[in-house]
Design a protein around this ligand. Structure first.
Ligand code: CO
Length: 202
């Protein structure tokens, strides 16, 4: 039980530290959250959204799943998306993948079975779509990095095809979609520069 008790101990210390430094921090946050950003990232424990973007509680709305996928039948993701756009009026949605992603590696190497295999089939579809870009002489690491980036691009594309987002754009809501990849080697985020926004209404 030692490990789990440590978490609660850490929490008490953290709360005390925050309250000493900023007495109005919790009372203010308790009233409402108004984050400008929605993060769709991988569940990987090495890629915590708040820490790597330097944001405090209340500043970023977060959804994470294995390999940061946007599937248009995923009721969990769609609910997050609807709430973020319609209620929180989020302005930026960031899909952030990461190099060294186990989900991407498993999709390429086919060494998983069970329900996760079904989930990772979405990445295999992306691989097949771009199969000609993966040449025989490419080292494995390059293949994985390329698929990681293509996967993020595909998820941004999937987002732009979601009716929740196209409806928001039609109504003139300011909403930007971004594709990023985080490096677990040096902690740096690479912007894939595929930012999308709705067509300005005529
Ligand atoms: Co991952």
């Amino acid at each position: 039980m030692k490990d789990i008790e440590q978490l609660l101990q850490n929490n008490k210390q953290w709360s005390e530290k925050v309250r000493t430094k900023h007495p109005d921090f919790f009372p203010k946050l308790a009233k409402q959250q108004s984050p400008k950003f929605l993060w769709i990232g991988c569940s990987d424990s090495r890629v915590p959204a708040n820490q790597i973007t330097g944001l405090l509680p209340g500043e970023i709305f977060v959804h994470r799943n294995i390999a940061n996928l946007v599937i248009n039948t995923d009721i969990n993701l769609l609910s997050v998306l609807q709430f973020a756009i319609e209620v929180l009026k989020i302005q930026h949605i960031i899909v952030c993948g990461h190099y060294g992603c186990g989900g991407v590696a498993n999709a390429l190497q086919r060494n998983t079975t069970g329900i996760i295999d079904f989930w990772l089939n979405n990445i295999r579809d992306t691989y097949r779509k771009h199969a000609t870009a993966f040449t025989e002489e490419m080292p494995e690491i390059e293949r994985l990095n390329l698929l990681t980036e293509l996967n993020v691009k595909q998820q941004v594309e999937n987002l732009s095809n979601c009716s929740i987002i196209s409806d928001a754009w039609k109504q003139g809501q300011a909403l930007y979609l971004h594709g990023w990849v985080y490096s677990i080697q040096d902690g740096i985020i690479k912007d894939l520069e595929i930012t999308r926004q709705g067509e300005p209404s005529a």
